[in-house]
Ligand binder design. Sequence first.
Ligand code: FES
Length: 145
Amino acid sequence: MYSEKVMDHFQNPRNVGEIENASGVGTVGNAKCGDIMRIFLDIDDEGIVRDAKFKTFGCGAAVATSSMATELVKGKTIQEALQVTNKAVMEALDGLPPVKVHCSLLAEEAIHAALWDYAEKHHIVIEGLERPKNDISEGEEEEEY
Ligand code: FES
């Protein structure tokens, strides 16, 4: 059911933890499944993501997607980090079962929330970044569970 990469990132998650005085922190949950993800980003003066860490209270797929998402944003510019969508995370993990797609959305939204926090702290506007939701299940169409 899960790809080897998903199992690997679930069993040996990369970048678990916190970054003290992070440039941006994003916390997003999904009230439907009760899972919560927090992503910390360290962004340097050139706008490069130097480090990324996460804390996820959630299912295995949420842990695997946070792990992969933090790996993918490291070393990227802010604009490139914005392109790390849930699709990109899923592709990097060789896919997720359909009922677990929403877990990868949590990762995308948590990165956006961390970038939003960074932008607010630095009084800048990141082009293409919309205000992230605290709860990704908000206003969502009924999903097939
Ligand atoms: Fe909700 Fe995975 S079941 S994030």
